[in-house]
Design a protein around this ligand. Sequence first.
Ligand code: HEC
Ligand code: HEC
Ligand code: HEC
Ligand code: HEC
Ligand code: HEC
Ligand code: HEC
Ligand code: HEC
Length: 369
Amino acid sequence: MSNSRLCTKFLILLLVLLPMLGVAQAKQQGKLTGLHGDKTILPKSCRACHRGMNMRISGEEQTCLRCHGNSSERQQMKAAGYITQSADRDYRNIEAELRKPYNHPVLEISGVHQPRELLPEELVNAKRHAECGDCHEAHQLRKNAPYRGISKRGVGNFRADVTKEYELCYKCHADSANLPAASTDKREEFRPTNRSFHPIEAEGANSYVISLKSPYRARKEQPGDISTIGCSDCHGSDSNAGPKGPHGSIYRGLLVDNYEMESGRSENQRAYALCYRCHERSSILGNESFPYHAQHIQGNGTREFAGTSCFSCHDAHGSSANQFLIRFNADIVEANAAGDLQFKAVGVASRHGSCALSCHGVEHEPKSY
Ligand code: HEC
Ligand code: HEC
Ligand code: HEC
Ligand code: HEC
Ligand code: HEC
Ligand code: HEC
Ligand code: HEC
């Protein structure tokens, strides 16, 4: 048999098999294989979510919040026998999180999510959305595997499951055609080949980061060391006792802690609490790495210069251009009189470099450290 005939046969086989895979997947969708299928927890099975004989429900929040919202609604679900009375479960009020000022727009947006839709979005003008069903597959999710069953866009009908948290986030915050104008592609920012990046997909570019607090370390050497982090180490509920996941927060940026991004605020533990979770405040203000950290962050005590935020110099995600996550805040930093705007590091860990820029009228043409 010639190669081309073999090839055609293979193609025909593929054309027959692919739709079958699709059907299998659709059947799989109806199968209740996860936590919600445990009849000792949800004795009425499908009816906990599918009312009457209607299988066509949307992935929107109302269905879920009957049990995952406030306790009085949940009490009604218990009384009606949808949840076992005795079950001593760890319920969280997701609705309360979603009502916080910084949130995923689950409650605000409806009618946009489509069953079995494929993300990342490919249409430029598609409306943005996030529903419970975009991040949780109700039939398949398990305890400690809350996005089990969520799949990534693939070739044809073949779809690989999301296994890492960042893959879930990239479905809407990376190469989506409908990213908001002010947003950036997160996959680009966290790319392990960047000059610097917070270590999400892989250990960081810098092998020794002096300010890191235990158990965080640039390289995993001892069993307890943590050298990679998740989006959720920075994005999520403001309350330590709150539910896991980026549902909502009182802090700007949907952050787990406060992070002052404006310039001209005085330094204190709370102002940069997010960073001080992992980076020792005394190391940063003690100038253990950048010799002018304290001078910039704390200012000179005058009203004219109270101090500036980490955000003026650092990107919290990553930088393809610079080491040390350097990315100047374009709102306050501009090119110097000679037209230069640049950070240059000398070597990898020399603690020497230079900055060419102008900030609040102070010229660096360039200034070296
Ligand atoms: C915990 C809630 C929950 C339970 C329990 C549940 N489902 Fe679903 N089901 C959903 C949601 C939500 C969707 C819509 C998903 C989407 O649009 O993203 C859905 C969609 C479906 C679909 C696809 C409908 C379509 O329009 O594509 C079928 C079929 C289905 N479920 C069958 C079942 C069967 C059969 C059971 C019981 C064995 C069951 N489900 C139990 C929540 C549930
Ligand atoms: C009839 C009540 C009920 C409904 C409706 C319901 N759930 Fe659940 N869900 C539960 C119970 C009970 C648990 C197990 C809680 C536990 O073990 O702490 C659970 C667990 C979960 C978990 C895993 C939590 C963990 O601890 O990891 C997620 C995520 C979840 N549900 C999402 C949803 C979504 C999304 C919907 C809507 C499509 C939904 N649920 C609808 C009752 C419900
Ligand atoms: C189904 C799509 C979708 C997924 C998946 C998703 N997001 Fe979002 N996210 C949105 C939308 C829509 C917004 C509203 C702003 C916008 O359009 O980007 C948003 C906003 C945000 C914001 C900004 C909130 C604010 O108030 O400034 C953060 C932070 C965020 N998401 C983090 C995450 C993280 C972390 C993950 C993964 C765990 C994730 N998102 C997964 C759709 C999604
Ligand atoms: C959950 C822990 C965690 C938080 C929160 C955190 N960092 Fe980091 N940071 C790390 C780890 C781990 C590294 C080591 C990465 C490496 O080895 O390159 C690091 C490295 C850095 C670096 C050096 C990167 C390089 O390539 O030299 C800078 C700068 C930095 N972080 C700034 C910040 C700022 C600013 C904040 C607050 C917005 C912050 N970090 C919050 C864990 C954290
Ligand atoms: C070290 C802390 C940290 C980590 C880890 C982190 N972020 Fe952020 N993120 C921030 C901060 C601080 C802001 C607000 C400042 C800004 O916009 O740069 C932010 C802003 C955002 C925004 C809103 C701005 C925009 O561009 O739309 C999104 C979305 C987001 N992050 C997604 C993610 C995703 C997805 C991950 C994981 C792949 C992640 N972040 C990991 C600290 C972090
Ligand atoms: C943008 C994505 C996204 C959306 C939208 C979303 N979740 Fe989550 N959810 C997550 C992630 C991520 C986690 C935590 C995963 C982890 O770290 O274990 C989580 C965790 C949970 C948990 C477990 C909390 C805990 O502490 O154990 C429940 C329950 C839950 N979500 C229910 C819901 C419900 C109900 C909705 C809609 C009203 C919803 N989620 C919308 C991403 C999302
Ligand atoms: C004026 C600009 C500027 C400001 C403001 C600034 N940094 Fe830096 N930072 C730098 C430079 C430049 C370096 C690189 C020093 C070197 O060459 O090693 C650096 C290095 C770092 C490092 C990596 C080395 C280490 O110390 O572990 C961390 C982490 C860091 N900064 C955190 C912060 C935090 C947190 C804040 C806010 C509280 C902050 N920086 C504010 C310019 C700044």
